[in-house]
Design a protein around this ligand. Structure first.
Ligand SMILES: Nc1ncnc2c1ncn2[C@@H]1O[C@H](COP(=O)(O)OP(=O)(O)OP(=O)(O)O)[C@@H](O)[C@H]1O
Length: 705
């Protein structure tokens, strides 16, 4: 006889979780033994692909321990479905799944049904679990009651939002909100720009979208998804989320690490960064690369000691033909070399025919040369075959093929062609261009003299560059800024980049920071333009001074993108968001801050300090916050110029960051030191908006003066 305890919703869900937990364990054991039994090396592609699939599935199942089930929807038709981070099939064949994957179409109603639009759902239940244990259950009947908040599963959501922060981004798969779910499941055939204020869940949405797309579209899973974030610190912050959502086919990078393993090694002035970020560099670099195509039509090549001067009109035609279309310089060069091999083959055959003709006229000396020449070459077909040249001395098709093959492998010919049309190295060529005002003026005529001076001066920061300014001249290896790396990426593509990898989809976080040249980097990685970009134009600090999204993405995406907005702030409490409207106005924004869903009950506070006691006041404030949020996280945001001094006095375990580096991160409590100093920098009010919105509970400020 069931006890009264066992009939409670909690006991009911515990029974479901027990069954799901065991099913997951059984599936994992099956996968383990199947993978162990597989031969260590099997070169067959099909077997390789099968093992990769099994491995992925094992990874998914392992990482789903928290969230084996997290929700349930009861339909009007009496159906009951449980949702989890990964789907679990029923034991009997053809039985209903025990747990439905959250990304499956039938799971959608869990995120989007409301009492006003129940979508066939009678009741939504959030099931809070830790490992194999059910902690609590929140029910939401869809019986046409009030729908005031616009929130889905408000109780579960607010409980999730009140949890202490760990310094790593958690998953919100159980509590995604309707406007977020719309983005997660949006059509991926064109670019989507998601504008949202601080804490509206842009990162959450971007990451869940990756998981959703990889689950739903096999071709994306095969081609991979690129996740671009603003910094390696940020990538570390989100690092655990994708595997926990079941995704391993995503590659995380920053724009800088896409180009160089070391990332950007030097900063530069905002002026230089803004100039170098402009889209007009694409045309400038194209013009520059055009100067790397030889202009002479005289091409003399030596084969077997004989010089052949190729017909100049044909050399010119080969050069023109090679540059047609949108090929890289390397591809064009390869095409040209191919054509030159044909021309040389013809020239050798013509000369031989000419010698033969003269021999027939009885010139013994010529006959001697011809014999010697034929003896040196091995272009004729094998003696056993019937060869035209055996009969009349004219090279047969087979002889010509053999001659062409020999020409294409001849190292001297290759050497002559390399001297005539040298291969170019993007690093050297870019260093040469940026260091040389004459070259800059020639290829980037839209730049003013002051702008050219700013670019060349920025370049002089790097190790010595040759003053010769001739493309290809010897340049020392130099260090690059972020803006340089975007130029390098573009130049590499124009010259030919054998290592370039493309992806099926790209997700860009903090997208407001990308320069037009960086947007081109994204499109280069994702030529289909299946891109999801999330960002907040009001948090933009980038030197590129975007004021709206059309300005930011227009050059790279043209008209081929659409925008959607996230409007609810899940992170920052109402008490803190109330401070931000004024900051936004000072930043010149016409937007309102997002609506905060929660209150922390703690009013933001301000302490005053002088330059002399600033460090001590900040230290005192941080220690106080640490005492109150000992089980959570505390972070400090300050103007870049104050960071070093503050780091010396503040506890080691507290991150002390500039607004730029704090972007996208959050702590339970944050201290903003010298907000006026932050606001007085370039795009300073936008930076202050970032700084003030990092906390989930409590905000303190130390004002100087
Ligand atoms: N639906 C949700 N359920 C639970 N938590 C959520 C949800 N949406 C957002 N959050 C939480 O709100 C916080 C802010 O989310 P997130 O960092 O994605 O916002 P953001 O818009 O990227 O912020 P920023 O503009 O500052 O980078 C995070 O702690 C996130 O886990």
């Amino acid at each position: 006889m069931p006890t009264s305890q066992e009939t409670t919703p909690l006991a009911e869900e515990q029974r479901v979780l027990d069954a799901a937990w065991h099913r997951r364990a059984d599936l994992l054991a099956e996968l383990d033994s199947e993978l162990e039994a597989a031969p260590a090396t099997d070169s067959r592609t099909t077997e390789h692909a099968r093992l990769a699939r099994l491995n992925t599935r094992r990874g998914e199942l392992r990482s789903a321990a928290d969230g084996v089930i997290f929700g349930r929807i009861d339909g009007d038709d009496g159906s009951v479905r449980h949702l989890g981070r990964v789907g679990l099939p029923g034991v009997a064949q053809d039985s209903d799944p025990l747990v439905v994957d959250w990304r499956a179409p039938v799971a959608r109603a869990f995120y989007t049904a409301t009492p006003l639009d129940p979508q066939g759902v009678r009741r939504r239940r959030h099931v809070r679990t830790r490992g194999p244990e059910v902690l609590g259950v929140d029910d939401e009947p869809m019986d046409g009651g009030l729908d005031d908040s616009g929130l889905v599963g408000e109780g579960a959501l607010l409980a999730a939002l009140d949890e202490r922060r760990t310094g790593r981004m958690g998953t919100a798969v159980a509590t995604l909100q309707r406007e977020q779910d719309d983005v997660v499941r949006a059509d991926a055939s064109t670019a989507l720009v998601v504008q949202g204020g601080p804490g509206t869940g842009k990162t959450v949405v971007a990451l869940h979208r990756v998981a959703y797309l990889l689950f739903t579209h096999q071709h994306l899973a095969e081609r991979g998804v690129l996740v671009l974030g603003p910094s390696t610190r940020f990538l570390d912050y989100i690092g655990q989320v994708l595997p926990a959502l079941g995704e391993t086919a995503a590659v995380a990078a920053t724009c800088d690490t896409l180009v160089s393993d070391t990332g950007a090694e030097r900063d530069e002035t905002r002026t230089a960064a803004e100039i170098k970020g402009r889209a007009s560099w694409l045309a400038a670099l194209r013009r520059y690369v055009e100067t790397m195509v030889p202009t002479t039509d005289r091409l003399a090549l030596v084969l077997d000691g004989e010089e052949y001067v190729l017909p100049p009109d044909q050399v010119a035609a080969a050069r023109r033909g090679a540059r047609s279309g949108s090929m890289s310089l390397d591809q064009a060069r390869a095409r040209f070399v191919d054509r030159v091999h044909d021309l040389l083959t013809d020239a050798v055959a013509d000369r031989q025919a000419e010698l033969l003709a003269r021999a027939e006229e009885g010139f013994e000396d010529v006959l001697g040369r011809l014999d010697a020449s034929l003896a040196r070459r091995d272009d004729r077909a094998a003696p056993s075959g019937v060869s035209g040249s055996d009969v009349d001395g004219v090279l047969s098709e087979a002889d010509l093929d053999a001659l062409r093959a020999r020409i294409s492998e001849d190292p001297d010919i290759a050497g002559s062609l390399a001297a005539w049309w040298p291969r170019r190295d993007a690093v050297h060529e870019l260093a040469a261009l940026l260091a040389d005002p004459v070259l800059l003026r020639a290829h980037a005529p839209e730049l003013t003299d002051d702008e050219i001076a700013a670019v060349a001066a920025a370049d002089a920061v790097g190790p010595a560059a040759s003053a010769a300014g001739v493309p290809g001249s010897a340049h020392e290896p130099r260090s690059w800024s972020s803006a340089d790396l975007a130029l390098l990426d573009a130049l590499r593509e124009l010259l030919g980049d054998p290592d370039a990898r493309t992806f099926g989809h790209a997700v860009v976080d903090e997208a407001q920071e990308l320069s037009p040249m960086q947007w081109h980097m994204v499109v280069r990685r994702c030529p289909s333009r299946s891109i999801t970009a999330v960002g907040d134009i009001d948090q933009a600090e980038s030197a590129s001074l975007h004021t709206d999204w059309a300005h930011a993405v227009g050059d790279a995406l043209g008209e081929r993108w659409r925008r959607t907005d996230l409007t609810i702030c899940y992170r920052t409490p109402r008490e803190v968001m109330a401070l931000t409207a004024e900051v936004l106005r000072a930043a010149g924004s016409r937007n309102d801050p997002p609506r905060a869903v929660r209150s922390s009950g703690v009013e933001p506070w301000v302490r005053h300090a002088t330059e002399n006691d600033l460090a001590a006041v900040a230290r005192d404030a941080v220690v106080g916050l640490q005492e109150r949020y000992g089980d959570g996280t505390v972070g400090v945001v300050a103007p870049a110029g104050r960071l070093a001094a503050l780091r010396q006095v503040l506890p080691d375990d507290v991150p002390v960051l500039s607004p730029t580096d704090a972007k996208g991160l959050e702590w339970d409590a944050s201290l903003v030191v010298d907000p006026d100093g932050i606001a007085s920098g370039p795009r300073g009010w936008n930076a202050l908006y970032v700084a003030l919105t990092r906390c989930t509970q409590e905000l303190g400020q130390v004002v100087v003066g």
